[in-house]
Design a protein around this ligand. Structure first.
Ligand code: SAH
Ligand code: SF4
Ligand code: F3S
Length: 438
C-alpha cells in the first residue's frame, strides 16, 4: 500500500471553521490523506481562514510567507487557502500568491477531492461558488472512529442580517438550514462514536428552520436521543430568540444553562447604525425572560467599540448594558472596517484609534471583573462536569461544567467521557478546582 499523504490544516476564526476543517480533512481522507500536526512533513497545507477583522485576514498572508521556504524546498508541497478569506479574496489570492495552489470557499469544499487531483496534475484550482448542490449531501458520511466527548455540529449556515460592519453575509452567503433528519442522523453517529455533548452551530443558529418548530424543535428531538447528555448552541441573534427557545431553557433538561447572545453595543443610536434591528431595552427584556425560564443562566456576548460615530456617551451606554445584563463572559473587539460593508464607507465618522483602544481597555477590565466574580461565586457550589481529558497534574482530569467553566479534579481516568458531580473548592485564573462529590 502507498504511504498515506499528509495534510496539515490550520484553523482560524469561529467554531464553524473548526467544524469545516474536520469535514475538509475527512473529504481529503478519501484521497489518501491523514492529518499531521506539523507543516514540515505535510504534502498539503490548508489554511482555513477568517475574514472578520483586518488582523485576522492579515495573519493569513503572513502565515503563507512562513511556508515559503517549505514550498521552495519541496515544490510538490501543495498549499491551499480555504474559509472566509478565500471566499472574499478568491482570485486575488491566486494572483498575489504564486505559491498558493488551491483556493476554496466555505460552500464549495465538498469539491476538494477533484480540486486536489487537479493541483496534483500541476494546475491551480479556484472554487468560490455558492453551488446549487448541498455540500452536506455530497460529503461522505462521517467516519465511525472513536471521538472525544464533545463535538460541534453545523446545522445552519450563512446570514441574512447584514449588520453594517460584518462580512459574514458576503463570505457565507444567505441563511440555509440543514434538514432536521440529516442533523439527527449526524448527531446519532457522533453519539455512537463517543460524543456526549453537542454544540449546534450556525452563523445565526437560532434562525434555524430545518425543523417545523425551529431550533427549539431540533433541540427537543436531540433531548430524546439516548447517550447524548448535553446540548448547546451558538451563535444567536436576539431577534431570532422565539418563545419556544426561551422556554426550552427552563424545561429542556439537556439544554445547558449557557447562552452566547451578542448585543454589540448598548447605545440605541449605534445599534441603529449597526443595522441590528433591536434596542438595548428590547435586549434586556429578552434576557430577563430567558432568566425567568433559567435563573442560573450564564450569559456571554460580543461587543464592538469604536464603531463609526461612537461618542463617549454611546460607549458609556455599552458599559451600562454590560453590567445590567450581568454577563459572565464576553468577547470584545475594536471596530475594523471591512471591504464591501456599509459601515466601512463612513470614513468621515471614524473614531480616533487611541480613543477606541482606551474604550476597549475599559470594557475588557469590566468584563474580566464580572468574569472573575461569577467564577469565584462557584466556590462552594456543586456542578456537573463532563470530563474531557487528563489534566496537568498526575491523576487529574479536566472538563467543563454546565456553565462552560473549565473544572479540574482528581478523578479516575475511567471518568473521561462521563459526567460527574464536583464540589468546587477554588477559583484560579482560568479554571475552577474541585473534588468529586461523595
Ligand atoms: N454571527 C455571529 C457573530 C459573527 S462574528 C453573531 O451575529 O453574533 C463574531 C463577532 O465579531 C461579532 O459578534 C462582532 O462582535 C465581531 N465583529 C464582526 N465584524 C466586526 C468588525 N468589522 N469589526 C470588529 N468586530 C467585528
Ligand atoms: Fe454578522 Fe450580524 Fe450576521 Fe452576526 S448577525 S453574522 S454580526 S451580519
Ligand atoms: Fe471568521 Fe468566517 Fe467565522 S469570517 S468568524 S471564519 S464565518
Amino acid at each position: 500500500m502507498a504511504e498515506p499523504k499528509k495534510l496539515y490544516i490550520k484553523t482560524y476564526g469561529c467554531q464553524m471553521n473548526v467544524y469545516d476543517s474536520e469535514r475538509m480533512a475527512e473529504a481529503l481522507g478519501g484521497q489518501g490523506y491523514v492529518e499531521t500536526k506539523t507543516p514540515e512533513d505535510a504534502d498539503m497545507i490548508l489554511l482555513n481562514t477568517c475574514h472578520i477583522r483586518e488582523k485576522a485576514a492579515e495573519k493569513v498572508y503572513s502565515e503563507l510567507g512562513r511556508f515559503k521556504p517549505l514550498k521552495e524546498a519541496r515544490p510538490d508541497l501543495k498549499i491551499g487557502v480555504a474559509g472566509c478569506v478565500a471566499q472574499a479574496e478568491g482570485e486575488e489570492i491566486i494572483k498575489r500568491q504564486p505559491m498558493v495552489d488551491l483556493v476554496v470557499g466555505p460552500q464549495s469544499y465538498h469539491r476538494l477531492p477533484q480540486m486536489e487531483q487537479a493541483v496534483r496534475s500541476g494546475t491551480r484550482a479556484l472554487d468560490t461558488d455558492f453551488p446549487e448542490e448541498d455540500k452536506f449531501e455530497v460529503l461522505k458520511e462521517r467516519p465511525k472512529s472513536k471521538r472525544g466527548p464533545t463535538a460541534f455540529l453545523s446545522v445552519q449556515e450563512g446570514c441574512d442580517k447584514f449588520c453594517s460592519f460584518c462580512v459574514v453575509p458576503y463570505t457565507r452567503g444567505a441563511e440555509v438550514s440543514r434538514p432536521a433528519e440529516r442533523v439527527l442522523s449526524e448527531a446519532r453517529a457522533l453519539v455512537e462514536a463517543g460524543v456526549r455533548e453537542i454544540t449546534l452551530l450556525g452563523q445565526n443558529v437560532n434562525a434555524y428552520h430545518g425543523h417545523e418548530k425551529g431550533l427549539a424543535g431540533l433541540i427537543w428531538e436531540l433531548d430524546k436521543m439516548d447517550g447524548l447528555e448535553r446540548i448547546r448552541f451558538t451563535t444567536s441573534h436576539p431577534n431570532d430568540m422565539d418563545d419556544a427557545l426561551v422556554e426550552a431553557h427552563g424545561t429542556c433538561g439537556k439544554l445547558m444553562p449557557y447562552l452566547h447572545l451578542p448585543v454589540q453595543s448598548g447605545s440605541d443610536r449605534i445599534l441603529k447604525a449597526m443595522n441590528r434591528k433591536h434596542t438595548a431595552e428590547s435586549y434586556l427584556k429578552l434576557i430577563a425572560r430567558i432568566r425567568e425560564a433559567r435563573p442560573d443562566l450564564h450569559l456571554s456576548g460580543d461587543f464592538i467599540v469604536g464603531f463609526p460615530g461612537e461618542t463617549d456617551a454611546d460607549f458609556e451606554d455599552t458599559m451600562s448594558i454590560l453590567r445590567e445584563a450581568g454577563y459572565g463572559t464576553a468577547f470584545s473587539f475594536k471596530y475594523s472596517p471591512r471591504p464591501g460593508t456599509p459601515a466601512a464607507e463612513k470614513t468621515d465618522k471614524m473614531v480616533d484609534p487611541d480613543v477606541a483602544s482606551e474604550r476597549l481597555y475599559r470594557l475588557q477590565e469590566q468584563i474580566s471583573s464580572q468574569q472573575k466574580a461569577l467564577q469565584d461565586s462557584m466556590v462552594g457550589r456543586e456542578v456537573s462536569v463532563l470530563f474531557e481529558k487528563r489534566g496537568r497534574l498526575d491523576g487529574q482530569l479536566v472538563g467543563k461544567s454546565e456553565y462552560l467553566h473549565a473544572v479540574h479534579a482528581i478523578a479516575p481516568e475511567s471518568l473521561i467521557g462521563e459526567i460527574a458531580r464536583v464540589q468546587i473548592k477554588e477559583s484560579g485564573p482560568n479554571s475552577l478546582g474541585g473534588v468529586l462529590s461523595a
